[in-house]
Ligand binder design. Structure first.
Ligand code: HEM
Length: 217
């Protein structure tokens, strides 16, 4: 691009035209979380296969990570630190900056129902990406809670002796395994919808990568 030295400030490209939707810390923690989650899920499926909870459910080798049980455990425990440390930073900043309060609250059941119906009819507006609709708020809060649940149930089956009080919160070791499994299932269900919506509304994906919907940094 050539710059016209005689141009007045009003004719220069206006870099502030598109408002910042996602600050840097949201984007970095979001993508670190996405990578950590995918590693946790893929290696978790491999670990599950070594001792399945359901006779009818077995994850194919092609979509499981780690090749065999010990390899998968190494992936799982490495990504665990990334997920937990990154999650603590995201949740702490989400609370301290007021982002969670501004973006995710309040959630009214009436709004969830009407936004859900509008979404099914393809009539949900995406003009202002800075404001989440009620269904998004519910899904984001839900996945945050599923994230907390999966970490605590995971710790309780990782160290059931040291954290026996935590294992007892879930009932016992076996029940904690089921909680861990169903938390994973709900995160995978969320991800399926979440990624599909990001692809259907590509400007939301641009905003989560560059911060602004027009792709400018
Ligand atoms: C791996 C592929 C992923 C893609 C392509 C993706 C894409 C996106 C996009 C485009 C947004 C912005 C939505 C909007 O402005 O309407 C977003 C926000 C969000 N995503 Fe993802 N995401 C991915 C993975 C994940 C995972 C694994 C989780 C959690 C388990 C997650 C949780 C969230 C949350 C909580 C927000 C709201 C963030 C905030 O405003 O503080 N995402 N994602």
């Amino acid at each position: 691009m050539t710059i016209d030295a005689t141009a007045s400030p009003s004719t220069l490209p206006d870099r502030t035209a598109a408002p910042l939707i996602h600050p840097g810390w949201v984007r970095v923690t979001h993508w670190v979380n996405a990578v950590a989650m995918l590693i946790m899920i893929g290696s978790g499926w491999q670990i599950y296969d070594a001792s399945p909870l359901f006779r009818f459910l077995h994850f194919p080798k092609q979509i499981a990570l780690g090749d065999w049980l010990a390899g998968a455990l190494l992936w799982h425990f490495a990504a665990m630190w990334l997920l937990v440390i990154n999650g603590i930073i995201y949740v702490a900043l989400g609370i301290l900056t007021g982002r969670f309060r501004r973006k995710l609250l309040p959630i009214r059941l009436r709004d969830v129902a009407s936004d859900f119906v509008a979404a099914l009819r393809g009539r949900l507006a995406h003009d202002d990406l800075a404001v989440y609709n009620a269904v998004q708020k519910l899904l984001y809060l839900g996945v945050l809670l599923a994230g907390v649940l999966i970490v605590f149930s995971g710790v309780s089956i990782w160290k059931p002796v040291q954290f026996k009080w935590l294992t007892a919160v879930f009932g016992d070791y076996d029940r904690a395994r089921y909680v861990h499994f169903f938390a994973m299932t709900s995160i995978v269900a969320f991800l399926t919808i979440h990624v599909a919506l990001a692809l259907i509304v590509p400007k939301s994906l641009r905003a989560m990568i560059f911060g602004r919907a027009d792709g400018e940094r």
